[in-house]
Design a protein around this ligand. Structure first.
Ligand SMILES: Nc1ncnc2c1ncn2[C@@H]1O[C@H](COP(=O)(O)OP(=O)(O)O)[C@@H](O)[C@H]1O
Ligand SMILES: [Mg+2]
Length: 349
C-alpha cells in the first residue's frame, strides 16, 4: 500500500458543553492535495489538530495507512504540521530550525546537514541558512516553516492557512510554488483555508466545512458546479451564487413575479431557493424583472448589481454591460444554469 492514506471515522469533538465537530467522516487517498475549506469557526483547525495528534477526540477514530492512531502522540504519527504563525524558534538559525525535527530523533550531524541543505534548496532558501528568523521577511519565514516540515519526509503534511500572513501578490506566487512542491514530493497534504479561491486552485479534492460538519466533499469542479447545499453554494464563487426565493410548480419557477422554465418538473408545488451563478446571468428581453443598482468595472471583468424582488443579484461579465444605473431590465438564465434547493432544509434538489 502506498504511504499516506488517512481516514476519519465519526469524529466528535466537545469543549465542555459545546460540540465543535459533530461526527466528521473523511477518506483521504495517498498523494492527494486535500483542502479543508469553510468559514471561520467551522472546525477546520480542530480537525487538522486531531490529525496531528495535538487534540484528543471525544468520539471516533483516526486511521493512517490502515492503522488506528487515535491514541498516538504527535511524535509517533510521522506527520509534519505548518502553523499559520510559522512557530519558528527565534534564537535558532534557519539551519537549526529546519534540522530540529531530525536532531530530535537522533539523526547524525552530517545527515542533518545534508537533509537541511536539501530541504532548503527545495524552497529556495539555501542562502539564508545562517540567519535567525528575526532577520527574515514574512515570506522567507514561511519557507523556513515549510522546509522544517519537509525535512523529515513525513507521510502526511498538515498546513493551517500557511499563506494568510503574506501580502496578496506573494500569496499568489507562493500558492503556485506550494502546489508544485507538493506534486514533486508526492506527499499526502491536508491544507486548511477559508479562502475558496485558494482551495479551488490548490486542491485535488475539497471538504467544505459548515458549523462543525462536512457539507460536501468533491473536486473543485464538482463543488462549484453541483453544490449540495445552499450554504455551500453561497460560500463558493466570486461573487458567490445568487439565491432567490421561488415557487416551483410543474415545469416552471415563479421568481420575483415572473415565470421562468425549470430544469425539471416537480410533483407537488413547493417553495424552493433558486441559485444562479453571476456568470450565468444575461440581460435580455425576457426573464425576471430587475433594476440596475451599480456597475463596477474591474478591468478584465465587470460586476453589475441589481435588485430583483427583495434580493440583491450580481452579474459577472467580461465587458461592462450597455445599461445605466437605475435602468429597468430583465435577467435571463438557462434551465441548465438553474440550481434548486429545498427552501426549508437547503438541500440540493
Ligand atoms: N479550546 C477550545 N475551547 C472552546 N472552544 C474552542 C476551542 N478551540 C476551538 N473552539 C471552538 O471550536 C470552533 C471551531 O474552531 P476551529 O476549528 O478553530 O475553526 P476554524 O479553524 O474553522 O476557524 C470555534 O467555534 C471555536 O471557537
Ligand atoms: Mg482555523
Amino acid at each position: 500500500m502506498s504511504k499516506g492514506s488517512v481516514r476519519l471515522e465519526g469524529i466528535v469533538k466537545r469543549h465542555g458543553v459545546t460540540t465543535v465537530l459533530h461526527g466528521v467522516d473523511l477518506a483521504i487517498e495517498p498523494g492527494e492535495f486535500f483542502v479543508l475549506l469553510g468559514p471561520s469557526g467551522s472546525g477546520k483547525t480542530t480537525t487538522l489538530r486531531i490529525l496531528a495528534g495535538l487534540e484528543a477526540v471525544s468520539e471516533g477514530r483516526v486511521l493512517m495507512d490502515g492503522a488506528d492512531v487515535t491514541l498516538q502522540e504527535p511524535g509517533e504519527r510521522d506527520v509534519a504540521m505548518v502553523f499559520q504563525s510559522y512557530a519558528l524558534y527565534p534564537h535558532m538559525t534557519v539551519a537549526q530550525n529546519i534540522g530540529f525535527p531530525l536532531k530530535m530523533v537522533g539523526t547524525t550531524p552530517a545527515e542533518v546537514r545534508r537533509a537541511v541543505a536539501d530541504a532548503a534548496a527545495k524552497v529556495d532558501i539555501g542562502h539564508l541558512l545562517t540567519r535567525t528568523p528575526g532577520q527574515l521577511s514574512g515570506g522567507q519565514q514561511q519557507r523556513v516553516a515549510l522546509a522544517r516540515a519537509i525535512v523529515r519526509q513525513p507521510r502526511l503534511f498538515l498546513l493551517d492557512e500557511p499563506l494568510s500572513n503574506l501580502d496578496a501578490k506573494l500569496r499568489l506566487e507562493t500558492r503556485l510554488e506550494l502546489r508544485a512542491l507538493q506534486r514533486s514530493l508526492g506527499a499526502t497534504t491536508v491544507y486548511v483555508t477559508h479562502d475558496q479561491e485558494e482551495a479551488m486552485t490548490l486542491a485535488d479534492r475539497i471538504a467544505v466545512f459548515m458549523d462543525g460538519r462536512i457539507a460536501q466533499v468533491g473536486t473543485p469542479r464538482e463543488v462549484f458546479a453541483q453544490p449540495r447545499t445552499v450554504d455551500v453554494a453561497a460560500f463558493i464563487g466570486t461573487p458567490p451564487m445568487n439565491l432567490l426565493p421561488a415557487r416551483w410548480e410543474g415545469t416552471t419557477l415563479a421568481i420575483a413575479g415572473e415565470r421562468v422554465p425549470a430544469p425539471a418538473a416537480t410533483g407537488a408545488p413547493r417553495d424552493v431557493t433558486v441559485g444562479v451563478r453571476p456568470g450565468d446571468l444575461r440581460i435580455g428581453a425576457s426573464g425576471i424583472p430587475a433594476r440596475v443598482e451599480r456597475i463596477e468595472d474591474l478591468g478584465d471583468t465587470a460586476i453589475t448589481s441589481f435588485t430583483a424582488g427583495t434580493r440583491l443579484v450580481k452579474q459577472k461579465t467580461e465587458r461592462v454591460p450597455d445599461v445605466r444605473e437605475g435602468d429597468s431590465v430583465r435577467l435571463a438564465f438557462g434551465p441548465e444554469a438553474t440550481h434548486i434547493f429545498d427552501r426549508a432544509t437547503g438541500a440540493r434538489l
